[in-house]
Design a protein around this ligand. Structure first.
Ligand code: HEC
Length: 127
């Protein structure tokens, strides 16, 4: 049975990217918060890092908001920590017991931050 596993994955178009979040099958050239990173953060991070932190999550930031809401940092201020915890070879967020984003979703988050974590296509910058 084990040798069949890779074949099953190959035979399944979009494997790993058809769940929540952006649901993209590739990393867009110019990812934005509105179109790409935001939906991923909303689905996979905001359940704990939302308006009301839950699951033991720290309360100094929220990942369901783009920027600081007046008292807590948002995704753009946390961009480097998002990359550190949710992208790369050994991501530690979301915690192993929570629903995991696809590899593509993680790459989109990394590309978004590398691009300066823009809000929308029009703004170009971080604000
Ligand atoms: C099931 C709940 C849960 C989900 C979902 C979750 N986290 Fe966390 N997160 C935690 C907990 C608990 C901590 C505190 C313990 C720790 O730092 O590991 C934490 C801490 C953090 C921190 C602060 C510590 C640091 O390293 O700066 C960041 C940033 C973070 N998470 C990012 C994310 C991102 C990005 C996602 C989505 C891809 C995510 N988390 C999804 C529970 C969650």
């Amino acid at each position: 049975m084990l040798p069949l596993v890779p074949l099953v994955f190959l035979a399944c178009p979009g494997f790993g990217s058809q769940t929540l979040g952006g649901g993209s099958s590739e990393v867009p050239a110019d990812p934005t918060y509105v179109e790409h990173a935001g939906p991923i953060l909303d689905d996979y991070c905001a359940p704990c890092h939302g308006e009301t932190p839950s699951g033991g999550a720290p309360d100094y930031f929220r990942l369901d908001a783009y920027e600081n809401d007046g008292s807590r940092d948002g995704a753009v201020e946390m961009a480097d920590r998002i990359v550190a915890r949710a992208t790369g070879d050994s991501p530690t967020m979301p915690p192993a017991y929570a629903t995991q984003p696809s590899d593509i979703d993680r790459e989109i988050l990394a590309a978004w931050v590398a691009d300066g974590a823009p809000y929308g296509a029009d703004t170009g910058g971080t604000q």
